[in-house]
Design a protein around this ligand. Structure first.
Ligand code: ATP
Ligand code: MG
Length: 399
């Protein structure tokens, strides 16, 4: 009866049938193992190697390693072989091709096999299919790229919200202050205007008195306009809550063009108007749209110091109306582009610009669910687009 210990049995096996034991160990291994000769012809592969490539072990013996290499991997394989020749070892990623032609990534560790005298006789390598690991890595990378993109987008959104909040806070403060000032100033100003009109109606006046009275009148009207701006910011009409009326957009635009006509003539500005006749009415507060377009037109005229062309056009798309106001003026500096809608930003201080026109215009247009933006601005001119959604149109007026 054999009463040898397992250790003794193993030692016996090693001394008598070493190669069987090593083959068994190689077959048990979950990593692929291959032994090839100097030409790359396979001498031995274990089960893991054969099955990860879609073959049976016995079908691979005698085949060359080249069957696993696609054309695009040849440079990588050549570099790996060079490294083995020079250093006796290679460790790295190489793509292999399965028997059905599908490529898959592998991680391999290859070493030169030498005989007893140290002469190279072949190569032994272990190989692991890292498809799953790669897929996870790619998912992680896509996830982290996406996350990075999301963070960038959210940061940008937050920045915009912060600027908007800051601007609305400024506007709200201005509005409250404006409402107070307006209430106090409106009555004396109206009184002064009445007085001036009464004096202008007097039958006996010198020409110079008429001139002075007229310029006094213009000053009072300008002051009243500033007050209207303040009131618009506060969204408070001096007579109470804003009242919605039916406003014909094209009529507003024609009115503005007529109003600005004299100023344009004086400044050598040609006016081109192309209004879409399909645009009808919108329910709006009286004077709101006039304020928006008058400011855009004034800005455009101001930008054309040496004359130019002011173009106003309107077009109706299925669900909105677009009004384009463009000029051939100086354009807006790139660094000012973000600031022009901020309250009090102006480059026209020397011409008594308050820097409120565009911020008020935006506030008004957004109240109707619309938007106002710079469509283009170069040294040769600027174009603003005001968009008002069709939902603002009164039902009766829809075609
Ligand atoms: N068409 C334009 N061409 C060049 N710059 C423009 C144009 N429109 C606006 N801007 C720039 O935007 C700034 C802000 O315009 P905004 O209408 O808000 O204020 P303003 O015209 O300076 O003053 P306010 O309208 O209060 O009298 C202007 O000072 C100017 O620098
Ligand atoms: Mg302006």
């Amino acid at each position: 009866m054999d009463d040898k210990t397992p250790q003794a049995i193993l030692e016996d096996m090693l001394s008598t049938d070493r190669s069987t034991l090593l083959t068994m160990a190689a077959e048990q291994c979950s990593e692929g193992i291959a032994v090839v000769d100097l030409k790359g012809d396979i001498v031995f592969v274990n089960h893991a190697f054969a099955s990860m490539h879609g073959y049976r072990s016995e079908d691979l013996v005698g085949k060359n390693l080249a069957i696993f290499h696609s054309k695009d991997q040849l440079p990588a394989v050549a570099a790996a072989n060079k490294q083995i020749l020079e250093t006796g070892h290679f460790s790295g990623e190489i793509w292999h091709v399965r028997s059905d032609g599908t490529p898959f990534p592998t991680l391999m560790n290859n070493s030169t096999l030498r005989d007893a005298s140290g002469k190279p006789v072949g190569m032994i390598g272990t190989i692991r299919d890292i498809s799953e690991q790669k897929a996870v890595e790619e998912k992680l990378k896509a996830y982290s790229d996406n996350l990075e993109q999301l963070i960038k987008e959210r940061t940008r959104e937050l920045d915009l919200i912060r600027i908007d909040l800051f601007n609305s806070a400024k506007l709200a403060a201005m509005g409250r202050m404006g409402a107070g000032i307006a209430h106090q100033l409106n009555s004396p100003l109206c009184g002064a205007l009445l007085l001036v009109d009464a004096l202008l109606d007097e039958p006996v006046k010198t020409p110079s008195a008429v001139n002075q009275l007229n310029s006094l009148r213009s000053t009072i009207v300008a002051m009243k306009q500033i007050i209207d701006c303040m009131l618009s910011l506060a969204k408070v009409n001096i007579r109470g809550q804003p009242e919605l009326v039916t406003v014909d957009i094209n009529a507003v635009l024609k009115g503005i063009v007529d109003f600005a006509g004299l100023e344009c003539k004086k400044r050598g500005v040609a006016v081109s108007v192309a209004l879409d006749s399909d645009i009808h009415t919108i329910q709006a507060r009286r004077g709101d749209l006039d304020q928006v377009f008058l400011n855009l037109v004034n800005n455009a005229i101001d930008a054309m110091e040496g004359g130019g062309t002011l173009s106003i056009s309107s077009r109706r798309t299925e669900n909105r109306v677009e009004i384009l106001v463009s000029d051939t003026g100086c354009g807006i500096l790139r660094e000012n582009m973000e600031k022009i809608f901020e309250p009090f930003f102006t480059t026209r201080r020397n011409r008594h610009g308050l820097g409120l026109g565009l911020s008020i215009s935006r506030e008004i247009v957004e109240r109707y669910g619309g938007s106002i933006r710079v469509a283009r601005s170069k040294k040769t001119g600027t174009e603003f687009v005001v968009t008002i959604p069709l939902t603002s149109f009164s039902n009766n007026d829809k075609k």
